[in-house]
Write a protein that binds this ligand. Structure first.
Ligand code: ARG
Length: 471
């Protein structure tokens, strides 16, 4: 369907749902821009669940007759089955999931179907459906992130004592352990999970019964529907109930920060798998070959996790920009809230799964890591610390003295541990043989026993604590 062909076309017949005072139907272009069914059909289960809760409440409060209510509940169940079996025919002329379901309900049960929308509007209906959907998405993402933490902790336990270079500015800084590095991501993912849990707590209020915006004159029981739908309470203000999309924004914000964490880990995998680093090797399952260069093993999954963070951040931006100019209460702009959330949820699911697989399967090249751990004079801080501890030198002076020792090794083209005692004493005469006890990368890592530090014993204790805190 192209704009050129259809701009002037008008569908015959007004909408049966809201068309009481409309004579002509919407133009084809109007229908295309207005209809959301192509994407909001994903809300069908939440929509029917919400309608059933609303119907039961209308029956319980005597707003609709019991027989009508029973007919509606049976009919909604039939609609649900039709959708799940794939026999349901979605219609763009019926705009959205709400009207598609209600119109099919009317075909199945006739007149009582028209009573379901009493004391309700599509405004509180869609807000309710969408909250239910986002709540499920949060629960799914939280569980997936827990799985990723489990894998990271397992790798940390396996490599609690595997030394590698720790970096600042991507320059070799000090020896650390691979397990310690894995546990850093466990902390990040832990914060992601706690942000999601926090968003879920605020999300969990029911908009249903806010009606179009002002509430309703019918004697409804919003506490009853809130409870049936698993919400903690009804939203306190009906205007806010229909116009709030913070829950979607918070989901996108938490997803964006999480996507940034996954992207940083992905970037490290890209660097670590390069021929220049060779710190880890990704499995066949998570790499591709090159059609022309037989030696290649490309970290495509990691690169794509890195790339897809851009989409999720874009989804957050997109909805923030939709919302920022909207007066209370509902505006149709808010129909555009769904696609960014759906895209982000799908993207996160895939990225978390890919990262979990890559980390679980990767081979950690211990020898390469150990050799790299000492390159770049990474034990220089250990010499400075020795000068402070044994000779009582102020740290600033020790830093200066060590700098001269590093310069000496650099000029000779050797490592710090390859210098002789005489070489070192040429810089600082009080240095003794004892300095060599701190120079190995393993000794260096093992000495960092301060809380949260990189020593293997610490890492084992931290991994144990992480299991208790997160799994
Ligand atoms: N499809 C609409 C949405 O997603 C449902 C609400 C329509 N409300 C209205 N007043 N037209 O936002």
């Amino acid at each position: 369907m192209t704009a050129k062909n259809n701009a002037a076309t008008t569908n015959s017949g007004a909408s049966s749902i809201w068309g009481g005072r409309f004579e002509g139907g919407p133009s084809a272009i109007m229908q295309r821009i207005n209809a959301s069914i192509d994407f909001d059909k994903r809300l069908y289960a939440q929509d029917i669940r919400g309608s059933k809760a609303h119907c039961r409440m209308l029956m319980a409060t005597g707003v609709i007759a019991k027989e009508d209510g029973e007919a509606i509940l049976d009919g909604l169940e039939k609609v649900l089955q039709e959708i799940e079996s794939g026999s349901f025919e979605f219609s763009a002329a019926l705009e959205d999931i709400h009207m598609n379901v209600e119109s099919r309900l009317a075909q199945i049960i006739g007149e009582p179907a028209g009573r379901l929308h009493t004391a309700r509007s599509r405004n509180d209906q869609v807000a309710t459906d969408f909250r239910l959907w986002v709540r499920d998405a949060i629960d799914g993402m939280e569980a997936a992130l827990k799985g990723l933490q489990e894998v990271l902790i397992r790798r940390a336990e396996q490599h609690a004592a595997t030394v590698m270079p720790g970096f600042t500015h991507l320059q070799a800084a000090q020896p650390v352990t691979f397990g310690h590095h894995m546990l850093a991501y466990v902390e990040m993912i832990g914060r992601d999970r706690s942000r999601l849990a926090d968003a879920r707590r605020r999300l969990n209020e029911s908009p249903l019964g806010s009606a179009a915006l002002a509430g309703t004159s019918f004697p409804i029981d919003r506490h009853m529907t809130a409870k049936e739908l698993g919400f903690d309470r009804p939203c306190a203000n009906s205007l806010d109930g229909v116009s709030d999309r913070d829950f979607a924004l918070e989901f996108l914000a938490a997803s964006s920060i999480c996507a940034v964490h996954l992207s940083r880990l992905a970037e490290e995998l890209v660097i670590w798998t390069s021929a220049q680093f060779r710190f880890v090797t990704l499995s066949d399952g998570f790499t591709t070959g090159s059609s022309i260069m037989p030696q290649k093993r490309n970290p495509d999954a990691a690169e794509l996790v890195r790339a897809k963070a851009g989409r999720v951040i874009g989804d957050l931006n997109s909805l923030l920009i939709v919302m920022k100019g909207l007066p209370l209460t509902y505006s149709k702009d808010m129909q555009d809230d769904k696609e960014p959330v759906f895209e982000a949820a799908e993207t996160m699911e895939l990225c978390i799964a890919a990262m979990t697989g890559m980390i679980a399967d990767m081979t950690v090249n211990e020898d390469v890591l150990k050799a790299a751990a000492g390159a770049g004079f990474t034990t220089a801080t250990d010499i400075a610390d020795w000068l402070v501890r044994v000779l009582g030198m102020p740290f600033r002076q020790a830093h200066h003295v060590t700098g001269r020792i590093v310069k000496l090794a650099e000029d000779r083209g050797c490592g710090l541990e390859d210098l002789s005692l005489a070489d070192m004493q040429g810089v600082e005469p009080r240095i003794t043989e004892d300095v060599f006890t701190v120079l190995g990368v393993e000794k260096s890592a093992a000495s960092r026993t301060s809380f949260g530090g990189t020593a293997p014993d610490n890492v084992r204790a931290q991994a144990k604590a992480a299991r208790e805190r997160f799994l």
